[in-house]
Design a protein around this ligand. Structure first.
Ligand code: ADP
Ligand code: MG
Length: 538
């Protein structure tokens, strides 16, 4: 049922009731179908080609959805949950989108049985609350010094990604970085910078006890390397006239102009003099450094970088224990930080500054090496997943078995909970439980195993009390995931459940779509059809 709507302007399309629901559910399902094939270690990659022919090869759910430029409104809501998941946890995007898709698909069955959407929504919310309770009950507790477990978590996160061949070493690097950066079980992932350089092999990837910035020194006359660096961080310009402040000066004679320039030069000289007498031999300035200042700094043998990103200044500050000064009068020896070396290093045709050998760094850099830009980009995505998973595990201290084990156990317990309910919400709770099985089902399917057989076996194990039984895709066998060391942070699951439930219930509540723009590519047409490029994916 789709008709012209004359209360509002002509050309506005309105889709109502079941048509609206079906249309939205179909769109959401298609989004979940798109990412499904990438789930798990045996998932496939996707090659994304942008309109300008740039290529990304990735296995990462949120990257795929982000690059696809999806326009259908409900599909866009699905993309949003991937982004929320990415923002909140950094991993588990494919999982959250898939659960949401399956929740909606299963809801459709209930709608067909004339169960009202509000009943389904209520049942789904009850299931969500129950899952939280169960997750809290059955998660395993860990502490930050549990190095082995943390390493396993990072390895699980990176399995099947571009980082595969070196994931063991990468995990060690990540654990070391996180343990050094944590302060009372809190890790700010921002303190660990992941830089990449094209050139040399993946196995040259290294942990730097300090910061690397993609800036070179501003003059070749400055020393290329400074030993026993005393570091000054400045967030104001060292320039004759700051371009940010438009000062108006009226000058009527040549001598007045000369006077003015002399004054300006004098102030630069004073600034540089102050820097020199503080004992600083390396400076990082967030703003500009002009030619005259550059000349003076070179003469004084001070390694200088300008227009350094604020983020980087903050990280250098954390790594070297230097204060950031915003006023020339604050400059003196007490605010300087220290590093073993500050050095310009050229790798893969690019010059970068290494601030290394910091004594008690609270910020680090992991420098990824790899043959091509596609390789280093995909490794970076994998490392970020590993890093954030370690950070979430330390933060909450809770982890769960992977390989579909936790989803099977949640599903089983949710079904038992459903049995205790009497209303029609019970059917929704049961459908929620079924939706969770989509994860182990797909892990098996993507690995070319028979998903029905695997699910049957998994159900059997969980029914007989083996709550850690999951699918190990290294051996293709059902095993105790803790023994197989396939472990994930509980936070991934909490968040995936929350975002999936949010979007599914939101979409279910919609029974009226009013599209005010004329249809173009990617929009629904008046029959409520999806754009043709999405059809082909179904
Ligand atoms: P997401 O974007 O949801 O994180 P991934 O492609 O990273 O998707 O896959 C995560 C899933 O893969 C999790 O369910 C995790 O338990 C599972 N997994 C990871 N390693 C293994 C393994 N060795 N065997 C089976 N499943 C695994
Ligand atoms: Mg993952």
């Amino acid at each position: 049922m789709s008709k012209k709507f004359d209360l509002i302007s002509e050309g506005t399309e309105r889709t109502l009731g079941r048509d609206a629901q079906r249309n939205n559910i179909l769109a959401a399902k298609l989004v979940s179908e798109i990412v499904k094939t990438t789930l798990g270690p045996k998932g496939m990659d996707k090659m994304l080609v942008s309109p300008t022919n740039e290529i990304i090869v990735t296995n990462d759910g949120v990257t795929i959805l982000d690059e696809m430029q999806i326009e259908h409104p409900a599909a866009k809501m699905m993309v949003e949950i991937a982004k929320t998941q990415e923002k909140e946890v950094g991993d588990g995007t494919t999982t959250s989108v898939m659960i949401a898709g399956r929740l909606l698909e299963n809801a459709e069955k209930l709608l067909d049985q004339k169960i009202h959407p509000t009943v389904i929504v209520k049942g789904y919310r009850m299931a969500q609350a129950k899952i939280h309770q169960i997750l809290n009950e059955i998660s395993l507790k860990i502490t930050p010094d549990n190095k082995e477990v943390l390493k396993q978590i990072a390895m699980t996160a990176m399995t099947g990604k571009g980082a595969e061949e070196e994931k063991e070493r990468f995990s060690e690097i990540l654990v070391e970085a996180v343990q050094l950066a944590q302060i009372k079980n809190k890790v700010d992932a921002e303190d660990i910078k992941i830089e990449k350089v094209v050139g040399e092999g993946i196995k040259d990837t290294e942990l730097i006890k300090g910061i690397i910035i993609d800036k070179e020194r501003i003059s070749k006359d400055m020393p290329r390397i400074i030993e026993n660096a005393r570091i000054l961080l400045i967030d104001f310009p060292i320039e004759l006239k700051s371009p940010e402040i438009e000062t108006k000066i009226s000058i009527s004679s040549h001598s007045e102009l000369q006077n003015f320039l002399d004054e300006e030069e004098k102030s630069i000289k004073i600034m540089v003099g102050r820097i020199v007498s503080s004992g600083a031999n390396a400076i990082f300035c967030q703003k500009g450094i002009d030619d005259f200042a550059r000349y003076l700094l070179s003469k004084a043998g001070i390694y200088s970088c300008r227009r350094v990103a604020k983020d980087d200044i903050d990280k250098i500050s954390k790594a070297t224990e230097s204060k950031i000064v915003s006023n020339i009068n604050e400059i003196d020896s007490s605010i300087l930080g220290e590093a073993g070396t500050v050095e310009e290093i050229k790798k893969g045709g690019e010059s970068m500054t290494y601030i290394n050998g910091c004594k008690n760094p609270k910020a680090f850099t992991i420098l990824i090496h790899g043959g091509t830009i596609h390789v280093v980009d995909e490794i970076k995505r994998a490392l970020v997943d590993g890093l954030l998973d370690i950070a979430s595990s330390i933060e909450t201290g809770l982890v769960v078995p992977g390989g579909g084990a936790i989803e099977m156990e949640l599903s089983k317990r949710l079904k038992e909970f459903g049995q205790t309910l009497s209303g029609r919400e019970r059917l929704a709770v049961e459908e929620y439980a079924n939706a969770l099985e989509f994860i182990p089902f797909t892990l098996a399917e993507n690995a070319g195993l028979d998903p029905i057989d695997i699910l049957t076996e998994l159900r059997g194990k969980h029914d007989s009390g083996e709550l850690n039984a999951g699918l190990n895709l290294f051996t293709n066998k059902i095993e105790n995931m803790l023994n197989s060391r396939i472990i994930e942070p509980s936070k991934i699951k909490f968040q995936a459940i929350d975002s999936a439930t949010d979007v599914a219930t939101m979409i279910l509540r919609i029974d009226d779509i009013i599209a005010s723009k004329p249809s173009k590519r990617g929009r629904m047409n008046d029959a409520g059809n999806l754009p043709s490029y999405m059809d082909s994916l179904g």
